[in-house]
Design a protein around this ligand. Structure first.
Ligand code: GRF
Length: 203
């Protein structure tokens, strides 16, 4: 049975686009959810013929309430894997637990360096010579779960936060679909904090 993917995104959705454009991952994306009404991600989803839902935080008094609505939507759509792609909300334990081992996130640094929403700017301010991309499984702490793939991106002396973030995103667009393909192929085994990637021809 083909896995059904949901992508959660608050922003422009370039990572969503990279997932949609991937020949293996794209056809599995059946739902895009955003908390922001005008998010580019919603347009990209609709453009690709995927159900695109603006799940408005306003009518929901608490994070728990919002996440219950989100969980109901994910269950209605029979989602197997959730991909966070610039989703700017911290998810409650209820959602994270419901998708344990079945929720991925892409983050613009080599974790555990520079977690949080301003990773490229913080890498620059720290004077880091190298930063990069992490794709990880989501656990109950922010930017914390077991790491699936990482790739380094050199910091240039003339970088500003935007130029650095753009180069990081170019790498994200390659690494995130690759990580999702590994998940889809059943090639990831989680052993505590470590994720073992089995060779293509194993099993
Ligand atoms: C990406 O850099 C991702 O790592 C971070 O948010 C950004 C989303 O960008 N979590 P986009 O909306 O996919 O262009």
């Amino acid at each position: 049975m083909d896995a059904r993917l949901a992508v959660l995104a608050s922003g422009s959705g370039t990572n969503l686009q990279a997932l949609l454009d991937d020949p293996v991952v794209g056809p599995r994306v059946v739902l895009v959810v955003s908390d922001r009404p005008g998010a580019g991600a919603l347009e990209r989803g609709a453009e690709a013929g995927v159900k695109a839902v603006h799940l408005d935080p306003d009518p929901h008094a608490t994070r728990e309430e919002y996440d219950r609505a989100l969980l109901a939507l994910l269950r209605d759509e029979e989602i197997d894997l959730v991909c966070l792609a610039g989703f700017m909300r911290i998810l409650t334990s209820e959602v994270v637990r419901a998708f344990e081992g079945r929720m991925l996130n892409v983050h613009p640094s080599v974790l555990p360096a520079f977690p949080g929403a301003r990773a490229p700017a913080e890498a620059l301010a720290w004077g880091a010579k190298v930063t990069g991309v992490t794709v990880h499984l989501v656990d109950e702490e922010v930017d914390h779960g077991p790491i699936v793939l990482q790739e380094a991106v050199p910091v240039r002396e003339d970088d500003d936060p935007e130029s650095l973030h753009e180069r990081i995103k170019d790498v994200e667009h390659r690494v995130y679909p690759r990580a999702v393909r590994l998940w889809l192929a059943g090639r990831l085994t989680i052993e505590g904090r470590r994720v073992i990637v089995s060779p293509e021809d194993a099993g």
